[in-house]
Each structure stands twice: as C-alpha cells, then as structure tokens.
Design a binder for this molecule. Structure first.
Ligand SMILES: Cc1cc2nc3c(=O)[nH]c(=O)nc-3n(C[C@H](O)[C@H](O)[C@H](O)COP(=O)(O)O)c2cc1C
Length: 178
C-alpha cells in the first residue's frame, strides 16, 4: 500500500471480545498495515513514548480501533494520547510530527444507530461523542476522517460480524491506497 497504516488497537478485555477479535484478525496481515495491540504491549499501562512516536512517524494513516466505552475511548488509549502527543512534538509552534497524516476511528458500540442521534436515547451522534478525538487530530494538523462504527454489537450474528470484518478490510485498503 502506498500509505502505510498504523492500527492502534485498544480493547481492555480482548478475551471476551466477539467483534474486535474478528476485525483485528481480518486486517492484521494486510500488506502495509501494522496492527499494534496496546493492551498486549503495555499490560501495566507503562507506555514507551519514544517507541510510539517512532511508529507514528513511520506511518501515514493512524487508526484508533476500539470498543466505545462510556461514550469515549478505553483508558489505555486515552493514556496513550496524554503521553505520546507531546507539546513541541505533536502540537505547538515546533510540533509538526503528525502534520498531514490521517486519523481514522474504527469503533464498535453496543448501542444501535437509532440510539445515536438528536432524537435517540443517547441524544448525540457517535461523531459528536468523539469530538475530543477530532479536536486532538485537528490540533496536531491531522485530517480526521468520519468515524467508521459497527453498532448494535450485542445483537450481532456471526454472519453480521463477518460482514463487518469484510467492511473493515475494505476501509483499511482504501485508507492505504489514499
Ligand atoms: C465498560 C463498558 C462501557 C461501555 N460503554 C458503552 C457506551 O458508552 N456506548 C455503547 O454503545 N456501548 C458501550 N459498551 C458496549 C461495548 O462497546 C461493546 O460491548 C463492544 O463494542 C463489543 O465489541 P467486542 O465484542 O469486541 O467486545 C460498553 C461496554 C463496556 C464493558
């Protein structure tokens, strides 16, 4: 792929996962893709900032792949943002390391689409809930793509999960091709 893709995968309980297990397996061996499992790499949440920054520099597209947890990202991904996106490196007058790269959220949610909108149970869209991530991308000079969301996971059949995995492969390929 012309644009190398870094998938930052953050699932706090991978052993119980139905959906991300399939999504991660579907994309992990695609050419040009690095799947980086944060919970596996940092079981003590002790993030190696320099290693993470080097990974970011080596890729053009960054994907946050995670389940929606309390209308937000899982804690290790937030910790990653807090530590890795340093002032003077990722943002600020001398922080240009991420400028021009793309950020894609690839997320799963237990709630259904109809629950996420002005008239829905949760009153806001997925994109609205992800505003802190979007604003972070913008501050770092990255392009923020519309979030890719697999919703209604609690009621998904195996066939629907397989279809979502195909959709995810297509998304990652498109991102890599630019
Ligand atoms: C602690 C916790 C918080 C969650 N918060 C939300 C939420 O805010 N909105 C939502 O739609 N689903 C929420 N869920 C459901 C998960 O997003 C859902 O189980 C997950 O995306 C399914 O993917 P998996 O099979 O890979 O685990 C939550 C689940 C857990 C365990």
């Amino acid at each position: 792929m012309p644009r190398p893709v870094l998938i930052l995968f953050a699932h706090p309980s991978y052993e119980k996962s139905r959906v991300h297990r399939r999504l991660a397996r579907a994309v992990r061996d695609l050419p040009g893709v690095t799947l980086h499992d944060l919970y596996e790499a940092y079981p003590d949440h002790d993030i190696d900032v320099k290693r993470e920054q080097a990974l970011l520099v080596a890729h053009e597209v960054v994907v946050f792949q995670h389940p929606f947890y309390w209308y937000s990202v899982p804690p290790l991904l937030k910790q990653w943002m807090d530590l890795v996106l340093e002032h003077g490196w990722a943002y600020g007058s001398h922080g240009h390391a991420l400028r021009g790269k793309a950020l894609q959220v690839a997320m799963t949610a237990g709630g259904r689409d109809m629950a996420y909108g002005p008239e829905g149970f949760n009153r806001h869209t997925f994109r609205e809930f992800l505003l802190p991530v979007e604003a972070t991308a913008r501050l770092c000079g990255m392009t923020f793509n519309a979030p890719w969301v697999v919703s209604g996971t609690h009621a998904m059949t195996d066939a629907a999960i397989a279809e979502a995995a195909d959709g995810y492969v297509a998304l990652i390929r498109r991102l890599g091709e630019g």
